[in-house]
Design a binder for this molecule. Structure first.
Ligand code: GDP
Ligand code: GDP
Length: 434
């Protein structure tokens, strides 16, 4: 599991600047779930071999009466779900009473806290940092988030206590890791219970849990799976509102931990912005994906047509993911999901021989030439596989920097169709010889 790092501090100290520095910003997921987190940002990043999730907790004003405000409660929830906290202060503004209030709070939060004195560019870092020893959080890290200065060495320390993800884990043994994700109330718990209750499923006992995210090992038709439960349904003795048990952090961790993601949509709500956000994150992560359009029971022809159109219109980028129309409540279509999960897993992990890829590349180029760039043609010469899950195809040629996005999408689709890679995205990367 990727460690979760929460960025905390009062407004204007540089949290979003640091967030952007720590993430590829196209990954940023701005959460706007009614009644839940507002304007919190989530992203992923990587330092060397170590991947992480980062949350910009938004505001902690640090004002005494404000510490129990809704915003502070939101920040507290994020801190609860995190593995470490980076506490930002402003090295130019100097020590502030609000910083002290936040520090008092963080000292009791039970998580490792790292103090970062930001904006030390152009001033004496030691002088700027000296004030902040008084916070009692330990030795401050001196950083300038706007320039990336000091960020690497601080993050090295923050991350060093967490285990590195082992290369090539014992995948076959523990089975296909499946995450069931979706916004609150779409029917995730109902689906999990339905799957677990099926005759063909053998559920193994495993008490192990990581934080609140529960992994349920089971087998179906001889194939082992590990279900990563984001809905918290397997937790006994606790009945919680869907909105409460829904956690974006848990969802993001489940996505990055899974081989295959089952994204659940609610046919009765159509496609909402939150659905699109979560899907975007799943896509960015490169995971194999199966979409389950739930609550298909009791819809009339007109309503069904409307949902299909809505999906086509709002999720055109989903062309690779198999769609299933299901009723978790009645069990209709649930069994078929596994066929798609297995196929997507195999596709995502397939090995493709170099000669085959090069041959396909030649056909793709013959069918549809890359465009001219300033009068001369982009040359794509040969291809080989650069990785799995998702399958990554590396294409060698010249002037590849100028390949337009539309042409890459054409190639991606061509390779996917020709190689029958159902259910997984395919990444195209270029290497230029000039
Ligand atoms: P947030 O409210 O904590 O998210 O703070 P922002 O990231 O929005 O930053 C607040 C202001 O501080 C912006 O004007 C940033 O450009 C500025 N800022 C952030 N980091 C640095 C830094 O390292 N050096 C300097 N000089 N300014 C910074
Ligand atoms: P979660 O928050 O995503 O885990 O959603 P739940 O599984 O708790 O389901 C939310 C509500 O939708 C509950 O009232 C379920 O009974 C209902 N529900 C779930 N699946 C279906 C379905 O296939 N059809 C219908 N009609 N209702 C469903």
């Amino acid at each position: 599991m990727k460690p979760v790092i929460a960025l905390v501090g009062r407004p204007n100290v540089g949290k979003s600047t640091l967030f952007n520095c720590l993430t590829r910003s196209r990954d940023a997921l701005v959460a706007d779930f009614p009644g839940l987190t507002r304007d919190r940002k989530y992203g992923t990043g990587q330092l060397g071999e170590r991947p992480y999730l980062v949350v910009d907790t938004g505001g902690l004003s640090g004002e005494k009466e404000g510490i129990d405000s809704i915003m502070a409660r939101q920040a507290r929830l994020a801190i609860d779900e995190s593995d470490a906290v980076v506490f930002l202060v402003d090295g130019r503004a100097g020590l502030n009473a609000a910083d002290q209030v936040i520090a008092d709070f963080l000292r009791q939060c039970g998580k490792p806290v790292y103090l970062a004195v930001n904006k030390v560019d152009g001033i004496d870092p030691d002088v700027a940092a000296s004030d902040f020893h008084a916070l009692g959080i330990g030795e401050p890290y001196q950083i300038a988030a706007a320039h990336g200065r000091g960020v690497r060495s601080m993050m090295n320390r923050v991350l060093e206590t967490f285990p590195t993800p082992e290369e090539g884990e014992a995948d076959a043994e523990e089975g296909i890791r499946v995450a069931i994700i979706g916004r609150p109330n779409v029917g995730k718990s109902t689906l999990v219970n339905r799957i677990m209750g099926e005759e063909r499923v053998i559920v193994f006992d495993m008490p192990g849990t990581t934080r609140d995210s529960i992994r349920v090992p089971f087998a179906r038709d001889g194939q082992p799976y590990l279900l990563i439960d984001t809905a918290g349904v397997r937790r006994r003795g606790r009945v919680r509102e869907a909105i409460e048990k829904f956690s974006i952090i848990k969802t993001l961790q489940a996505i990055s931990d899974a081989h295959v993601v089952i994204m659940v949509l609610d046919a009765r709500d159509g496609i909402t912005e939150q659905d699109a956000h979560l899907l975007g994150f799943a896509l960015d992560s490169g995971r194999a994906l199966v979409v389950a359009v739930n609550k298909w029971d009791g819809l009339d022809q007109y309503q069904k047509e409307k949902v299909r159109r809505d999906i086509d219109r709002k999720l055109p980028f989903l062309d690779f993911a198999p769609l299933h129309y299901i009723s978790a409540l009645h069990g209709t279509g649930v069994g078929n999901l596994f066929g798609s999960v297995n196929r997507a897993y195999r596709a995502a992990n397939s090995d493709i021989p170099t000669p085959k890829l090069t041959k396909l590349l030649e056909t793709a180029v013959a069918n549809h030439q890359p465009p001219l760039v300033q009068g001369s043609r982009i040359k794509l010469r040969y291809a080989h596989q650069g990785g799995r899950n998702p399958p990554t195809i590396i294409i060698h040629g010249s002037r590849t920097d100028s390949v337009p996005g539309s042409y890459s999408r054409y190639l991606e689709k061509f390779f996917r169709e020709q190689l029958k890679l159902h259910g997984t995205p395919v990444r195209i990367e270029y290497r230029s010889g000039d």
